[in-house]
Each structure stands twice: as structure tokens, then as C-alpha cells.
Design a protein around this ligand. Structure first.
Ligand SMILES: [Zn+2]
Length: 292
């Protein structure tokens, strides 16, 4: 798809990973989204299991000869016992990226909305026993507050719900910092003249999003600030987030931004078509989907 003059395409790692509804908010279940069932099932929710369908993809953005990669997935051969959908993957994701005309050497920027395993994985790859940057010519844009938080992992100090991400900082973040390829970014940073970064905390302490703008059109790449369409239906319920109340405020800010500007909403895990438009509807929001 094009956003103004900027081309934006998903790079799929896993087309469908199923998560329990509680990954979005604590009491999520069919009764909470019954009035939207006609379009949620079966694309976004498996009607046989009531599990939520998540796509795992990065976004490749090409603007004026520059390439930005947003949230480069899990990566291959990561040892994640207990998390089958991240454990020892062997996908042709790099080949899929190359098939879009983007060899690793051609990527100018890698922007990680946050530092969870499924958003930093291809930052590095294992070569001769050590993790090295996959994109040797890129600037890796890492939210400063995310870096401040996740480096606690190096001291074994990750709290509570974050323990599942243990080891990822050392594998996927530290090598790009040590290679001198990292820039720690804050709200207002501009990327390739077409994307400005905004704070969207809550899911993780320093989660950020990217607002892509070109020729009067736009898209909000919001990572995991919005996981699944049921987060749009119920933006502010308690859930397994770093700070669920802040996560709710960030969600509403993103949805209001999309509704007011008519920009695309482009999260990290929506099933095809991976993006939607958002309209205010009373106190809530309605979603409009392009043809797949
Ligand atoms: Zn994610």
C-alpha cells in the first residue's frame, strides 16, 4: 500500500499465532465483543477455540530512496522454552524481505517500538556463535526509556510480567549498541523526513509509535499499544500490561489521532489487511477495513 508517496508493506514472519483473549484484557471473552462478532470471526478470532489470531510481521517503509524497517519480529533459532510461538523458529523472513527488494545491507533505519522478543528479533542473527547486527548499514532507533528499563535484564532484575523476555536484551539489543549502530530516541524524533516518533507507553515502560506522513496521508505504526481489534472495541480495561491504565490512555490517544486525521491504524499484530481506518462512534470507535 501507499501512504501518500511512501510505500509501506508488511513482512510476514508468522501469518497466524493464537493467543488466549486474556492477553488483551483480563476478562475478555465472547460476551464482550458479541456485537462485533459478524466481522471478528473467523479472521480475527478462531470460532472453534475462541483464541485470538495474531499476525507477526514487520513493516517495510520506503520513502524517497530510504528504507525503514519497523519491529523486526522474533528471528530464527531463538531458544525460548515455554513460548512455542517464539521458540527455535526457522522461517524465511529474510528471504521474504529480500523478495520485496530489500537486502539487509539496504536498510537505513530499524525502529523498534519496544524491546519485546517479537519486535527486536531480527535486529541480530547468530554468526559463528555470536549475535551480530543483521542490518550493518542501519541506524537502530531504540526508545530511550525502553533501553533504560530493559537493560535491567543484564543484572537479572526484570520484574513481574516481564520475566518472559529474559535474555533478549543481550541477544538482540546489546550487540547493535556495541557495534555503534544504536540511536536512543525520544518523542518528536524525525525519521527519514516522513515519520515522527510519539510516546505510547503502557504496554511497556517506554513504548513508542511512529506517525508516517506523506502528501496529506498518514499511518500510525503503533506496535503493541493496540494488540488486536478487541483492544479498539474496549480500549481501557485492565490487562496484562506494564501499566494497564497508562496503556488505555495511550490507546485512546492513538485512536483519537487516527479518527481526527483519517490516518491508517497500523499495529504490529493485526490480521490482513493489517491496517484499518478508525471512526469515533459515541464514546467508542468503529473500524473500517480495506479490501484484502
Ligand atoms: Zn508483539
Amino acid at each position: 500500500m501507499y501512504v501518500g508517496e511512501v510505500r509501506m508493506r508488511p513482512v510476514i514472519e508468522q501469518a497466524c499465532v493464537e493467543f488466549p483473549p486474556g492477553v488483551c484484557y483480563d476478562d475478555a471473552g465472547p460476551k464482550d465483543y458479541a456485537s462485533d462478532a459478524h466481522w471478528l470471526y473467523p479472521r480475527f478470532i478462531n470460532p472453534d477455540t475462541e483464541l485470538l489470531n495474531f499476525s507477526h510481521h514487520a513493516w517495510l517503509i520506503e520513502a524517497g530512496g530510504e528504507r525503514i524497517l519497523v519491529d523486526p519480529c522474533v528471528g530464527n533459532l531463538r531458544d525460548r522454552p515455554g513460548a512455542d510461538f517464539y521458540h527455535m523458529l526457522d522461517t524465511p523472513w529474510l528471504e521474504r524481505l529480500a523478495a520485496l527488494g530489500a537486502e539487509p545491507e539496504s536498510i537505513d533505519y530499524v525502529f523498534c517500538t519496544h524491546l519485546h522478543v517479537d519486535h527486536v528479533g531480527w535486529n541480530t542473527r547468530l554468526v559463528d556463535g555470536s549475535y551480530v547486527p543483521t542490518f550493518p548499514n542501519a541506524r537502530y532507533l531504540l526508545p530511550r526509556a525502553e533501553d533504560d528499563f530493559w537493560k535491567l535484564d543484564l543484572e537479572g532484575k526484570l520484574p513481574g510480567i516481564h520475566v518472559f523476555n529474559t535474555g533478549i536484551y543481550a541477544e538482540c539489543v546489546l550487540p547493535v549498541i556495541e557495534a555503534g549502530l544504536a540511536d536512543f530516541v525520544e518523542e518528536g524524533a524525525s525519521v527519514a523526513g516522513c515519520m515522527r516518533l510519539i510516546d505510547t507507553p503502557g504496554h511497556t515502560p517506554g513504548h513508542m509509535g511512529g506517525v508516517l506522513e506523506s502528501a496529506g496521508e498518514g499511518a500510525v505504526l503503533c506496535g503493541d499499544a493496540i494488540h488486536h481489534p478487541i483492544h479498539v472495541i474496549h480500549p481501557e480495561r485492565p490487562g496484562p500490561q506494564h501499566d494497564w491504565e497508562q496503556a488505555g490512555r495511550s490507546r485512546r490517544m492513538i485512536l483519537d489521532l487516527c479518527a481526527e486525521t483519517d490516518y491508517w491504524l497500523a499495529p504490529g499484530h493485526f490480521q490482513p489487511p493489517h491496517v484499518c481506518k478508525v471512526r469515533k462512534e459515541g464514546e467508542g470507535y468503529a473500524m473500517e477495513w480495506p479490501e484484502v
